[in-house]
Design a protein around this ligand. Structure first.
Ligand code: 6GU
Length: 252
């Protein structure tokens, strides 16, 4: 996969050289290029923003530098073109399903807006040449799209085939669309069996795989019902009688 990122703070993307995403680049699974938007300005002050037409607070990113950036990074004859992700709090909400979709793309291009956002014509013009999505990582406001791009990139890159040592750990985790699909993860314990007077639940020490699996599912169901009732509502049709029973006895 190739990832390009355009930002007025490309240094913000430096963590992509670390940890597992950095490793993915070292082993050739991934190529990441962060670009400074101001290289596509031509005035002495390297201006990228201006006041909004129609009035209102804040500044809007001018279209010209973005237009030149997209022309340079995704030429009209690029076949296939990249998928453009415009990072904005007014975008579609990023989730594991979108991450899985993006993990199948050969080329992602992130536009990180600062200020109130991009001139809409940048998006409309680009959409004639390449697939474009406005993407948000959640219902809160960041100063810019850079931190959001880091979140999306880390989520996508760990799904790339050949990236994780153990693909099982992908299928089992919270929010995976795999077999435990859509439930939050159950509580985890490791050694020692007793720590500061607190014991690991006995069933986990029993070696009884069936009981362990039931206990974990019950815990995941109850935790999800308590913390994310919206997720339970979406799953309700797939729950069997034992699941519903667990939800009826939240205190076990
Ligand atoms: Cl993508 N950008 C900004 N500025 N704020 C956000 C966001 C993006 N996603 C959530 N909040």
């Amino acid at each position: 996969m190739r990832i390009d990122i355009v930002s007025i703070f490309p240094e913000y993307l430096a963590p992509l050289g670390l940890s597992l995403v950095g490793k993915a680049q070292q082993v050739g699974l991934l190529e990441v290029h962060a670009h400074e938007l101001r290289q596509w300005t031509h005035d002495r002050h390297r201006t990228v923003d201006d006041t909004p037409y129609g009035g209102g607070a804040g500044m809007v990113m001018r279209p010209e530098p973005w237009g030149e950036a997209l022309d340079a990074l995704a030429p009209a004859d690029a076949e296939p073109p990249p998928r453009l992700l415009v990072m904005t709090p007014s975008g579609r909400r990023f989730d594991q399903r979108l991450a899985e979709e993006l993990a199948g793309e050969p080329w992602l291009l992130f536009a990180c807006a600062r200020y109130e956002g991009l001139d809409q014509r940048v998006v409309d013009h680009a959409a004639a040449r390449m697939p474009v999505d406005d993407v948000s990582i959640g219902d809160y406001v960041l100063n810019g799209g850079e931190a959001a791009a880091l979140v999306v990139i880390e989520t996508v890159v760990r799904l790339l085939p050949g990236f994780l040592g153990n693909p099982e750990s992908l299928r089992e985790e919270s929010h995976s669309t795999g077999e435990r699909g859509g439930l939050l993860e159950y509580p985890l314990y490791t050694k020692p069996a007793e720590w500061r007077g607190l014991r690991v639940p006995e069933v986990l020490l029993s070696g009884h795989h069936g009981q362990v699996a039931r206990w974990r599912r019950d815990q995941a169901l109850r935790r999800t019902a308590q913390r994310r009732p919206d997720l339970i509502d979406r799953l309700r049709d797939d729950l069997d009688p034992a699941d519903l029973d667990a939800l009826d006895r939240p205190e076990d």
